[in-house]
Design a protein around this ligand. Structure first.
Ligand code: ZN
Length: 349
């Protein structure tokens, strides 16, 4: 049983089935070269993080095995193209994180330290896997912006949205989505980026990274009064960033209808004004009704609706450019169903 936070309300151990451990290499599917291959209509799929060994913990590599299993289904295989991620460089990580913090993570992993905080377990390979997790999103952005992929889904671990500039937190080492937003701006010259975070927990690290920044709009739906305790409605940014952070704390028991309403009535009009050039999704699937860590009741239909809306927004404002990044999601059956719904919408929507 793991202490996830002060509002942890899930019977973790009873629901998460943990099988054997050990370093297992991720299967690498065919690697697409870009541009020029006929994958314009496909969704790029990047899976990495099998060697980030957290032991008997809900955020474990069985999550990736579950995703690989569902991605092997014939229709999902037909709509996706496996891509090989590269590792983010230290300089790329340092667009979001302190250099000293990055080195501390490296040393902790190599030195055999087992945890960076009570929730955040590491192993000897975790530093490399965390660099690959961030780098996978950069790889996805390169392919999507080059037009080689319709959009992309990065099933990576460790997750990222709780990671702060100088601190690991909530299973997260480096903030994958935040590093990706900075990369899209610096490498590809994009000016305005939307990050939608529907993980059931508030992405405190992402919010703090861009809190005073009017070029990155952070839109988060999360369970009210839940871990990590941030993300109140009145937190709307500061200085030049005021109005570019939007938090929607959802009451426990909320579900598909409330989420769809928030997207249609708040997000869509805000984006008509903001006009993003790229959409990033912090796609946590722990708001699913069957997830053990929270009390939101999303179903696969709700995940399809939200994804459809974001695919439409991407088509309307940013030539379809959308990259989705796994965050939470701890019931393996619900995770598989959620990822299936999400991917179908990404390549069919
Ligand atoms: Zn979460």
């Amino acid at each position: 049983m793991w202490a996830i936070g002060k509002q942890n309300c899930g019977p973790v151990g009873s629901t998460i089935i943990l099988r054997g451990w050990g370093a297992v290499d991720g299967g690498q599917g065919p690697v697409a070269r870009f541009p020029g291959e006929a994958c314009m209509q496909k969704t790029g799929l990047l899976i990495s993080g099998f060697r980030h060994d957290t032991g008997n913990h809900p955020e474990c590599s069985d999550r990736l095995r579950a995703i690989e299993e569902v991605c092997a289904q014939e229709d999902l295989q037909a709509g996706t193209e496996r891509l090989q991620p590269r590792a983010a460089t230290v300089d790329e990580l340092c667009t979001v994180h302190d250099r000293d913090y990055v080195h501390r993570v490296e040393e902790a992993c190599r030195g055999g330290i087992r945890a960076l905080d009570p929730d955040t377990i590491i192993s000897s390979a975790s530093y490399e896997e965390a660099r690959l997790a961030a780098g996978a999103v950069l790889t996805a952005i390169d392919h999507v912006i080059a037009g080689a992929m319709r959009n992309a889904f990065c099933a990576v671990r460790p997750p990222g949205h709780h990671a702060e500039r100088d601190r690991a937190m909530g299973f997260c080492l480096f903030n994958n989505v935040a590093v990706a937003a900075r990369y899209a701006q610096s490498r590809h010259g994009l000016r305005k980026i939307l990050i939608v975070d529907w993980d059931v927990h508030h992405g405190n690290g992402t919010q703090n990274t861009f809190y005073a920044d009017p070029t990155v709009f952070y839109f988060s739906l999360h369970q009210e009064n839940h871990y990590p305790g941030t993300g109140h409605r009145e937190q709307e940014g500061k200085d030049a960033g005021i109005g570019f952070t939007r938090n929607l704390p959802m009451a426990a028991g909320s579900g598909d209808g409330e989420y769809q309403e928030a997207f249609e009535q708040l997000l869509v009009p805000a984006m008509v004004a903001f006009k993003p050039e790229l959409i990033l999704i912090s796609a946590g699937f722990d708001a699913h009704a069957e997830d053990p860590l929270a009390g939101i009741y999303l179903t696969e239909a709700g995940i399809t609706d939200m994804t459809d809306i974001l695919v439409r927004l991407a088509k309307a404002h940013c030539r379809g450019r959308l990259v989705s990044v796994l965050e939470g999601g701890y019931n393996l059956t619900a995770l598989k169903q959620s990822v299936r719904a999400h991917l179908l919408s990404l390549f069919q929507g």
